[in-house]
Design a binder for this molecule. Structure first.
Ligand code: SAM
Length: 663
């Protein structure tokens, strides 16, 4: 963590880096959160407070420019973690916390870890700790409306005070004030930050209830006022689903109307009902509304094999291989998806003379090296001299084949070459040769260009991972959105797409905590680009089983899904008493469905990893459901999807994209 998030992001102060390396952050966390200790993010501690993000602790500590003889005052002890970092560098640390239980716990931890140079006080830190003043450095770990005068008064000549200051309680600017030898106060701004409020005589007034939010704006959710009334409303407005494969989707298709893109989410990556229902809606959209293709949250090269297979495009032999065979295999190599692609191939065959063939494409970014091979393979065949140039350019990236994340780390360390120019030049060359190449086989040209675009975006993505979760998330979703637009353009001016991705990519990010953190997603980008012509559908469930792993790269298991949290949307749906339903949210017949459900509450997201033991921290976030989706589809009890196994291969034709011949 220290190398990837602290040093790589520009903190070079050797004393700060050494302190960050030596203090065990897990010792300052509640036991159930210990496993997240080395994620670079703030985490909840007792009394509704937080332990700060490690990078911010490092940034603030470095901004204090501490020396070994300094005496430091900290306001906002919280867990005691930042005090421990300060105490590794400075001679004496005085720290004040307004919540007694936090102050006591921090004091005990610091003592147990042997920090003899820290003293903890319970009290109002905005007034400072005059007995030990003046201080060489003062750091405030909570956001105030102004810089407290009492703290300025307790700053030694030459002393530095670092504090987040903001007009509202939500966002602040990190400010450093230095008392110059002349007695003057020099003020510098160090960037935007987000801290819990500084409450006290020279801070904000005591805890107040948050005012009514107009729409989701990131405030902490209040417990539901009338959950029973809301569940009753859902029960009345819900349109029941009797059986997935024979449900009447007419009204939903009407509501989707002339939309150009329909995004269908999933609340987990391993629930059979979500995949099956999504397939049924997609079939109806293809048959009744002329939708052209499905674009999934999966690798482009793997989906490309499926695409050629469903479209019956020649040379099956060259396409053999295990599509979607890397972790998490079950996400697409499952019977539910298999059944859909079988249907699509058959439908394409039948409609050969009357309709454009339905396509199947991957939007995701995680196939940098397969994509490089695909570009080289294409050029070897069509233009060998350009293939030579491509080999030379991509050789910049090939040393990192086994571990592309290591490329990102090495590139931003400044000690290795950044391959951006090469990757971008290759994409540009392919685009410039469009007229020359496209005639041969337009799908193949699209495939090559898309692989080259993927390499260029993945190169940036792996570097961005070391600048923070937001940048890399945003690059990934922007890549997926760009790919969708490329596909729509390729298919012609009236092309229509169905997108299959997790709810977290499909639901409008502005209506969730993600938006507050500065993250965008495909749903939001589609709404901004297509307006009402983008229709966003989310799924939800209360309990049952799910296919997931307990960690990345671990085997799939069938896991039990815990019943939903009492303050979640899922609980409201569960309490409606309806086992399965559609709930229209964009323009419901009863407008109160939209208004009453708008107040943000918890929502659950299960990805390929499921951690039931830390479910609240790992899987719940705040959202405003009617702003996030145009429609919700609910299955109260759900089952894990069925992964396909290699043993099953004998039942499938030799050119099947999931099963290489004889595998
Ligand atoms: N430095 C802490 C750590 O490493 O865990 C994190 C601090 S947390 C972001 C902010 C803390 O400031 C909270 O524990 C909060 O109770 C405390 N706080 C807010 N106003 C305060 C005040 N006037 N005096 C002392 N503590 C205050």
């Amino acid at each position: 963590m220290v190398n990837a998030h602290i040093v790589a992001r520009g903190i070079r102060d050797a004393a700060v880096v050494a302190a960050m390396q030596s203090v065990p952050r897990e010792a300052f966390l509640p036991p159930e959160l210990e496993e997240f200790a080395y994620e670079d993010c703030p985490l909840p501690i007792q009394k509704g407070q937080t332990i700060s993000q490690p990078y911010i602790v490092a940034l603030m500590t470095a901004a204090l420019r501490l020396g070994p003889n300094d005496r430091v005052l900290e306001i906002g002890t919280g867990s005691g973690y930042a005090a421990a970092i300060l105490a590794r560098i400075a001679r004496e640390v005085y720290t004040i916390e307004r919540h007694a239980p936090l102050a006591e716990l921090a004091e005990e931890r610091l003592r147990e870890l042997g920090f003899a140079n820290v003293r903890v006080l319970r009290g109002d830190g905005t007034l400072g700790w005059p007995e030990h003043a003046p201080y060489d450095a003062i750091v405030v770990a909570a956001g105030g409306p102004t810089v407290p005068q009492a703290l300025l008064d307790q700053l030694a000549v030459g002393g530095r005070l670092v504090i987040p200051v903001g007009e509202g309680r939500e966002l602040q600017t990190l400010v450093r004030v230095t008392r110059e030898a002349s007695g003057e106060m020099r003020r510098e701004e160090l960037g935007d930050v987000r801290f819990v409020p500084l409450i006290g005589a020279q801070g904000w007034a005591g805890d107040q209830p948050a005012p009514e939010p107009p729409a989701w704006d990131g405030r902490v959710v209040r417990p539901p006022r009338h959950p029973e009334a809301l569940s009753h409303l859902i029960s009345e407005a819900a349109v029941p689903i009797e059986a997935i494969e024979s449900s009447d989707l007419g009204a939903l298709i009407e509501r989707i109307g002339d939309a150009r893109v329909v995004l269908i989410g999933e609340a987990t990556h391993g629930t059979s009902e979500f995949y099956r229902m999504r397939a049924e809606i997609t079939k109806a959209l293809i048959e009744k509304r002329g939708f052209d293709f499905v674009a999934i949250e999966g690798d482009w090269p793997d989906a490309a094999r499926v695409n050629r297979w469903v479209q019956g495009l020649g040379d099956g032999a060259a396409l053999l291989g295990d599509a979607f065979a890397r972790f998490p295999t079950w996400m697409w190599r499952n019977h539910e998806t298999l059944s859909f692609i079988g249907w699509l191939r058959e439908r394409n065959e039948k409609a050969r003379d009357t309709a454009r063939p339905g396509g199947f494409y991957g939007l995701d970014l995680y196939s940098m090296f397969t994509s490089i091979h695909a570009v080289l393979g294409y050029l070897d065949r069509i233009d060998p001299s350009v293939a030579e140039i491509a080999r030379e350019r991509y050789s910049c990236l090939t040393p990192w084949q086994a571990d592309p994340q290591a490329y990102g780390r090495a590139a931003i360390s400044g000690r290795y070459r950044v391959c951006e120019a090469e990757a971008v030049a290759m994409l540009r060359d392919l685009l410039e040769r469009r007229l020359k190449y496209v005639g041969e086989d337009p799908e193949r040209y699209l495939d090559a260009v898309q692989n080259a675009a993927l390499v260029a975006n993945a190169e940036r993505h792996y570097r961005a991972m070391y600048y923070g979760a937001n940048e890399s998330w945003n690059l990934r979703d922007q890549h997926m959105f760009q790919t969708l637009q490329t596909l729509l353009a390729f298919r012609g001016p009236d092309a229509k797409a169905v997108v299959w991705e997790h709810n977290s990519h499909v639901g409008d990010a502005r209506a969730t905590e993600m938006g507050v953190r500065g993250q965008t997603n495909v749903g939001r980008l589609c709404r901004e680009r297509f307006g009402e012509s983008a229709f966003l559908i989310g799924f939800g469930t209360d309990h049952g089983t799910v296919a997931a792993a307990n960690d990345w790269d671990q085997p799939m298991q069938v896991m039990r899904v815990r019943p939903a949290h009492p303050e979640s949307y899922e609980r409201l749906c569960h309490d409606s008493g309806r086992p399965a339903f559609l709930l229209h949210l964009r323009e419901p017949e009863r407008p109160e469905v939209r208004t009453e459900l708008a107040e943000p509450r918890l929502e659950r997201a299960i990805g390929v990893v499921y951690r039931p033991d830390t479910e609240l921290q790992s899987h719940y976030f705040h959202a405003s459901l009617p702003h996030q989706f145009d429609e919700l589809i609910w299955f109260d009890e759900t089952r894990a999807l069925q992964p396909v196994t290699r043993v099953e291969s004998s039942r499938f034709p030799g050119d099947h994209p999931f099963f290489p011949a004889g595998a």
